[in-house]
Design a protein around this ligand. Structure first.
Ligand code: NAD
Length: 484
């Protein structure tokens, strides 16, 4: 009998089976074969994880520890992640067919999430304000308690670390529920946290499905914060569950990003980023530039060059050194993307290049659609695959209207060499992030999140601090002669 690698829950600094011994298979999407087994949580396992995190918060050293000591431990975890970077990347590439070079990049960004928030909590401790009434008032940012973090499969380690890092840095204890398709790198992160010397219960990993593993966390009154990244529909369910206990939620949800290319753009640069924006990670990116708007005067030229660049991407198995693009992360997801590609022509559009591989694999080639009515599902809904709909426009006002005419509002990109236009259009776009002449670059001090169906709240820098702490105002009398 084949022995498969096993990934358990991490509860109280031990890697354990589920109480009922249940496991599920995790599949390598490139080979379409099972490659590992994972503990499958029931509500009873969630109960164990919550009890562990609760006890660690109420009685353990973590929330009471000096900020420098906590930062040192988090940096030690980051050091271990760097030492094991290849292994962490290999787990993500195996679990979801992410090209290995991209998975390595994700590990580096994950390490940076930990290092950034370790230092941020140490250095951004609060503000003191002298008052005219003869008092001083200051803000204190104390940890909120137990954080339930629920993450998606498209950037398994990076999305999980984006939630875990600020949560624990600010002195909370955390339970992470990774996506069921891609749990391996997050379990390994839990193992490394034990090795780094984290106290028991600070970082618990609970594996399993949305229901019951995730839902057992979001509706529990012992959980003080819920941070979620995933689909907008799931976000609605989670917000409803958390509302029963008035638990604050942070929701990072889907997107349908507009990518606008003006006639005065640097076309080489715009083509480069348009390709990255929709074909990186096979388009399985919330920030994907899935609606591309090209100004009429350069439409034909841009489209020809964009098509050529898309066709030049090296498609292959995730671990080959030159692979830039691989298959989709699961059969279920492939079938979803396929249903959009299959119906392009019946909805009135044309596939300029790409389409399904039709070889039994879960590969959808870099796909460019034109001539699609603006009411078509491919234009309106998040496909979350390597499929872009291209449209043309005449005026700035017209394209701003088109870009904003969506239920989502996560991000937008624009390409222009006109400085005034860059500022004006950025300001008028309905989006949490706007990239001008670039894409995907982030400074972790800035807010990250979305408008409308793309989310609730912002994370990053002080925005994460506001969410993961209970800010308190303390007012001190300084001058006894002055009474308010
Ligand atoms: P998903 O909503 O299906 O699942 C996300 C997580 O939620 C998984 O861990 C899943 O098990 C869990 N879950 C499902 N049902 C649940 C429930 N009832 N209660 C608690 N947990 C539950 O999303 P996905 O398919 O894994 O991820 C893709 C989606 O994520 C896309 O819509 C994408 O745009 C979005 N996303 C957003 C961002 C962002 O920052 N805004 C980043 C990455 C991905």
């Amino acid at each position: 009998m084949t022995e498969y690698p096993f990934f358990g829950h991490i509860i109280d600094n031990e890697e354990v089976e589920s109480l009922d011994g249940k496991r599920f298979d995790t599949i390598n999407p490139w080979t379409r074969e099972k490659w590992a087994e994972v503990a499958e949580a029931s509500a009873a396992d969630a109960e164990r994880a919550i009890a562990s995190a609760r006890k660690a918060f109420d009685e353990g050293p973590w929330p009471r520890m000096g900020r420098t000591e906590r930062a040192t431990l988090i940096h030690r975890l980051a050091d271990l992640m760097e030492e094991h970077a290849d292994e962490l990347a290999r787990l993500d590439s195996t679990d979801m067919a992410k090209p290995f070079a991209q998975a390595k990049h994700d590990v580096a960004r994950s390490v940076w999430n930990f290092r950034f928030f370790a230092d941020h909590q140490r250095d951004h401790v609060g503000e003191v304000m002298p008052m005219d009434s003869g008092h001083h008032t200051y803000t204190e940012y104390g940890p909120a308690g137990v954080v339930a973090a629920i993450s998606p499969w498209n950037f398994p380690l990076m999305m999980a670390s984006w939630k875990i890092a600020p949560a624990i840095a600010w002195g909370n204890t955390c339970i992470i529920k990774p996506a069921e398709d891609t749990p391996a790198s997050v379990v390994m992160l839990g193992r490394l946290a034990i090795e780094a010397g984290f106290p028991p219960g600070v970082l618990n990993v609970l594996n399993g499905f949305g229901v019951p593993a995730g839902s057992s966390l979001t509706g529990d009154p012992r959980v003080d914060r819920v941070t979620f990244t995933g689909e907008s529909g799931t976000g609605r369910i989670i917000m409803t569950a958390a509302a029963q206990n008035l638990t604050p939620v942070s929701l990072e949800l889907g997107g349908k990003g507009a990518n606008i290319v003006f006639e005065d753009a640097d076309i080489d640069n715009a083509v480069h980023w348009a390709v990255e924006a929709i074909f990186r990670n096979a388009g399985q990116v919330c920030l994907a530039g899935s609606r591309l708007f090209v100004q009429a005067g350069i439409y034909e030229e841009f489209l020809a060059r964009f098509k050529e660049a898309a066709e030049n991407l090296v498609i292959g198995e995730p671990f080959a050194a030159d692979t830039q693009f691989s298959c989709l992360a699961s059969e279920e997801h492939y079938l979803k993307v396929k249903s959009y590609v299959d119906t392009v022509e019946e909805q009135g559009g044309k596939i300029l290049t790409g389409g399904l591989a039709e070889d039994g694999s879960w590969l959808v080639r870099p796909t460019i659609i034109t001539d699609l009515p603006l009411t078509a599902t491919q234009y309106c809904q998040e496909i979350f695959g390597p499929v872009v709909v291209v449209n043309t426009f005449e005026t700035e006002a017209e394209v701003v209207h088109l870009a904003n005419d969506t239920a989502y509002g996560l991000n937008a990109m624009l390409f222009t060499e006109n400085l005034s236009r860059a500022h004006r259009v950025s300001s008028n776009l309905k989006a949490g992030t706007v990239w001008v002449n670039c894409f995907f670059i982030r400074d972790l001090r800035t807010p990250f999140g979305g408008v409308g169906d793309s989310g609730v709240g912002r994370e990053g820098g002080n925005f994460s601090r506001e969410f993961f702490t209970e800010p308190k105002a303390v007012v001190m009398q300084i001058d006894r002669q002055v009474r308010a």
